[in-house]
Design a protein around this ligand. Structure first.
Ligand SMILES: Nc1ncnc2c1ncn2[C@@H]1O[C@H](COP(=O)(O)OP(=O)(O)O)[C@@H](O)[C@H]1O
Ligand SMILES: Cc1ncsc1CCOP(=O)(O)O
Ligand SMILES: [Mg+2]
Length: 289
């Protein structure tokens, strides 16, 4: 049975009428991305920040393990009344729209205005937004509140731009599309796929690591968004936080794919590879386009 939170709609509608855009600086090289990713991982492992993830049941377990492997400490309650306590003490927040049962929607509408008020960076993952008008409406409202980063696959990016049809087949088209959404929403967009495109509309970083197996194991996108929330806890520039998280995730995915016998054994190898990641491995494998 759902548990409506009477405060949620009031706080939510109030928040929608009051947002402030972010402003961003410039320039990233491969060498600096390797060094910055390793540095952020050191910070995560030392400080062990707590990161609150409002995510779906399919993704919870793998996301929590990916977060723990990075050094962060996950919390995942989606009880609306618990949001003030959990958001006040979190370093950053993940908002994932997968499954989206009423309890989690109420928690999201309570948590996001609190995160904005308390200056906690947050990530939006608009899971399968192209398939549901209800999810479209919620995602559009959330985008107006300026998440630090939107992490979405190419179909989701297109849906948020209001375009129908399937994702751009070519990289330049997909890059233009991601830039357009970043500019029109004034946020960082991390459009994942075989190549991850991370852009604030001016600066763009494209990462070509990862494995085909990541498309054959459930909730890899959700787990990448969870890892991104962890990096927002230690890296203040959202473009760099997104690039570092997806760089780590992609390189760890490649390492895992070499060790796994198939999708069934991929996930534990991925978690092991994140846990053991170092600057030398990032440097040896990192591919920027
Ligand atoms: N064909 C592929 N080759 C390499 N990496 C991939 C591939 N497909 C997805 N990935 C990686 O898997 C992760 C999840 O991305 P994606 O599949 O786009 O998300 P979602 O599960 O939300 O659709 C990202 O880190 C992405 O780089
Ligand atoms: C909610 C849900 N339903 C099917 S898969 C899934 C989890 C999301 O998966 P992904 O992160 O790969 O988009
Ligand atoms: Mg997804």
């Amino acid at each position: 049975m759902s548990c409506p939170d009477p405060a949620a709609d009031y706080v939510w509608n109030d928040a929608l009428s009051d947002f402030s855009p972010v402003s961003l600086p410039s320039n990233v090289s491969r060498t600096s991305l390797v060094a910055a990713t390793a540095k952020s991982l050191d910070k995560l492992r030392d400080a062990r920040p707590r990161v609150h993830a409002l995510t779906n049941f399919v993704a919870m377990n793998v996301s929590a393990n990916v977060m723990l492997a990075s050094g962060a400490v996950p919390s995942m309650t989606f009880r609306a009344e618990s949001m003030p306590d959990f958001v006040a003490s979190t370093a950053s927040l993940l908002v994932n729209l997968g499954q989206l049962e009423p309890e989690r929607e109420a928690a999201i509408k309570r948590a996001v205005p609190l995160a904005l008020e308390l200056n906690r960076p947050w990530v939006l993952d608009p899971v399968k937004v192209e398939r549901s008008g209800m999810r479209q409406d919620l995602a559009a409202g959330l985008l107006r509140l300026h998440p630090a980063v939107l992490r979405a696959n190419r179909d989701e990016v297109l849906a948020l731009l209001g375009t129908t049809g399937s994702a751009e087949p070519d990289l330049e088209g997909a890059t233009d599309t991601a830039r357009l959404l970043a500019q029109s929403s004034n946020i960082v967009v991390a459009a994942t796929g075989a190549v991850d495109i991370i852009t604030d509309g001016k600066r763009t970083i494209r990462l070509a690591n990862g494995s085909l197996l990541m498309d054959r194991v459930t909730a890899m996108g959700c787990a990448s968004s969870a890892l991104l929330a962890c990096f927002l806890a230690v890296e203040p520039d959202p473009l760099l936080a997104a690039a570092q998280a997806l760089f780590l995730f992609g390189v760890a995915g490649e390492v895992a794919a070499e060790r796994a016998a198939g999708p069934g054994t991929f996930e534990p190898h991925l978690i092991d590879a994140i846990f053991a990641m170092d600057a030398a491995t990032l440097d040896a494998r990192g591919k920027l386009l």
